[in-house]
Design a protein around this ligand. Structure first.
Ligand code: FAD
Length: 309
């Protein structure tokens, strides 16, 4: 199997690494050796590869910016695809068709230049539009699902087809893609026309707010570790609950709870999967004992068998 994949990638001139550490491609830097890391930079490369992997029944996980996921210490049979297809097409009036490997930062630059408003809430959220869609990323009361009409999907049954928004099964910080195997190849977003300077101002304002509240972007994190729980129909801050347990700044082995925002776990440099998992469990237990609230993990874990959970 490995030989077949090797020669396919070589023939198609697709860049890849054999038996390499995935951690360095993830913002939290947690993950050991995987079988292949494949870098696709066009939809032709991506869909061609997905068809081959489907025919070979080979397990894979596709990621974008790797900013919401951590991997185990080793996963030798797994292929990780890093998607960076980034074409932008104006499909029809007020509808954009976007390759899902497009980075949020590049998309926002495009929005500024082309007077496209309504996506400013993505400012400061690392990663790609594919990742943002899969986890239904958002901030300041807005989520990407508010803007999506549908997408071109490579389904786990090997079919490539357009599916409308209902197929995505969006809920708060989740969709069918977060833990599933279907891959979004393009998304279709509706947009409003805006004015470049006010779009720029709003983006700068959001970046400033985030810089004041969050640990620096240079630290190794995967964003908020837990979802904000809902209590009596109201969302409450997971960070505040953790802080109330006096855990702000707490350190255990190679991982710490940020002293700037208690819902961010920070890898001090050499953290491994079990460090993150154990601290996560400790936080859940402590919060549950103090005020009876169960925190649900937002960051995605990968098992040694290559399943997301
Ligand atoms: C400093 C920092 C701040 C953050 N702030 C926020 C925030 O304010 N709000 C927020 O929501 N998140 C935040 N995050 C988390 C993260 O950046 C977002 O969830 C982001 O949208 C994930 O995108 P990604 O491309 O990095 O996804 P990845 O981590 O690469 O992947 C996440 C999931 O999406 C799946 N996936 C990726 N691409 C596709 C695709 N094309 N088709 C199907 N599935 C796909 C992956 O398999 C995986 O299950 C933050 C993270 C950091 C490090």
């Amino acid at each position: 199997m490995k030989k077949k994949i090797n020669s396919y990638l070589t023939d198609k001139n697709i860049r890849f690494l054999n038996n390499s550490e995935i951690g360095e491609f993830l913002t939290m830097r947690v993950g050991g050796e995987v079988g292949f890391i494949v870098f696709t930079n066009s939809n032709d490369q991506l869909t061609g590869l997905l068809k081959i992997l489907f025919d070979l029944k080979q397990k894979y996980i596709l990621i974008g910016g790797g900013s919401n996921i951590v991997f185990p210490d080793s996963c030798n049979e797994l292929i990780v695809i890093i998607n960076s297809s980034s074409e932008i097409i104006i499909e029809e009036k007020n509808i954009l068709k976007l390759n899902t490997g497009l980075k949020n930062t590049d998309f926002l630059e495009y929005c500024k230049k082309n007077n496209i408003a309504g996506f400013e809430f993505l400012a400061g959220i690392p990663g790609t539009l594919g990742g943002a869609t899969a986890v239904n990323a958002g901030a300041f009361g807005r989520s990407i699902s508010d803007k999506i009409i549908g997408g071109d999907i490579f389904t786990e049954d090997g079919i490539f087809e357009y599916r409308n928004k209902e197929f995505f099964r969006f809920v708060y910080r989740n969709s069918r893609f977060k833990y599933g195997k279907d891959v979004i190849i393009n998304i279709y977003l509706k947009f409003e026309e805006g004015e470049s300077n006010s779009i720029k101002d709003r983006i700068n304002e959001i970046v400033k707010l985030r810089t004041d509240k969050h640990p620096p972007y240079s630290s190794f994190t995967a964003g908020c570790f837990f979802k904000n729980p809902e209590v009596d129909g109201k969302k409450i801050s997971a960070g505040k609950l953790i802080e109330e347990c006096n855990l702000k700044g707490y350190e255990k082995d190679e991982v710490m709870i940020s002293d700037k925002h208690s819902n961010f776990l920070v890898n001090k440099g050499a953290a491994v999967f079990s460090d993150i998992e154990e601290l996560g469990i400790k936080i859940q237990k402590t919060v549950k004992e103090k005020n009876g609230i169960s925190l649900e993990r937002e960051v995605i874990f990968v098992s040694p068998d290559g399943d997301k959970f």
